[in-house]
Design a protein. Structure first.
Ligand SMILES: CCCCCCCCCCCCCCCC(=O)SCCNC(=O)CCNC(=O)[C@H](O)C(C)(C)COP(=O)(O)OP(=O)(O)OC[C@H]1O[C@@H](n2cnc3c(N)ncnc32)[C@H](O)[C@@H]1OP(=O)(O)O
Length: 233
């Protein structure tokens, strides 16, 4: 078992994926990487894809690179335009199975005076990572998400996020994300690795509010409905 190393160096690249390397910032890591064995333990599934995992395959019906992904649900805390308390993360399809996103830290998102709350940053990462599943046309929910906070993020900062699916194994979708300050090439502020688990629409109707799911299904924005439901989990 490898020991954790400062700055996220414990992360490793998955064989067979296109490791997005670098920059000059010593805190920078790779987008295509998952956590090392330190957080995976017997009986507790972790973030390391199993040996039978394969590379993700972009769905032919996925939005073209550069296309805005919009919101999957108007009241979603992460992306919903109708959610006054939300983050209003704006995400765009990237090349391959990647997504870029932007999130501007508001005064309501403070933890310490003038600085973003860590949980808010995790939410922005979760939202961006979750958007990647749309390029696979998969309905999936976060099973596990591990975050490195590399730099404080001041209020007013626009965080530029990039997420990439790195591997798929059965219902499990492994993805990683990075958030940079001020521009897509700015200094790294946060990084995360996650595993999402594919679910059926019943996950939302049984556990959530079925009436609101029905309303969401009749949303006049056909793209939003397609994003949320017209997929084969
Ligand atoms: C208006 C309506 C809109 C509706 C359409 C919306 C579209 C979709 C968007 C969703 C919203 C986006 C927003 C951002 C993404 C969230 O934030 S999603 C919200 C946060 N996440 C949750 O609430 C999930 C809560 N957890 C659960 O419901 C269940 O634990 C899960 C994750 C569905 C898994 O339960 P399960 O289906 O019984 O699966 P289970 O058989 O236990 O495990 C299946 C496999 O996954 C692995 N696994 C399970 N849990 C974990 C874990 N925590 N770690 C690692 N591996 C795990 C298992 O080991 C197993 O692996 P294999 O044995 O196949 O190798």
């Amino acid at each position: 078992m490898s020991a954790p190393v400062k700055g996220g160096e414990r992360r490793r690249k998955i064989p067979g994926t296109n490791g997005h390397t670098a920059g000059k910032d010593p805190a920078e890591g790779r987008v295509s990487r998952v956590s090392g064995a330190t957080t995976d333990s017997p009986g507790r599934p972790g973030l390391t894809p199993p040996p039978d995992a394969g590379p993700p395959v972009r769905h032919p019906a996925a939005p073209a690179p550069g296309e805005p992904l919009g919101a999957h649900y108007d009241l979603c805390f992460g992306c919903g335009g109708g959610q006054p308390h939300g983050l209003h993360v704006r995400s765009y399809a990237g090349e391959g199975v990647t997504v870029t996103a932007e999130f501007t830290v508001q005064p309501a998102h403070q933890g310490a005076p003038g600085l973003a709350h860590g949980g808010i940053l995790v939410s922005a990462l979760d939202e961006t990572l979750g958007s990647v599943n749309w390029l696979l046309q998969a309905i999936a929910v976060t099973g596990r998400l591990e975050t490195d906070f590399v730099r404080p993020v001041p209020v007013g900062t626009t965080l530029h996020l990039r997420a990439e699916c790195t591997a798929v194994a059965g219902r499990k979708i492994y993805s990683s994300a990075v958030g940079r300050i001020g521009s897509p090439d700015g200094p790294v502020a946060v990084r995360a690795d996650a595993v999402f688990i594919r679910v059926k629409v019943e996950h939302f109707t049984k556990n959530g509010r079925p009436d609101e799911v029905k309303v969401a299904m009749t949303d006049p924005d056909a793209r939003k409905v397609a994003r949320a439901f017209e997929v084969n989990p």
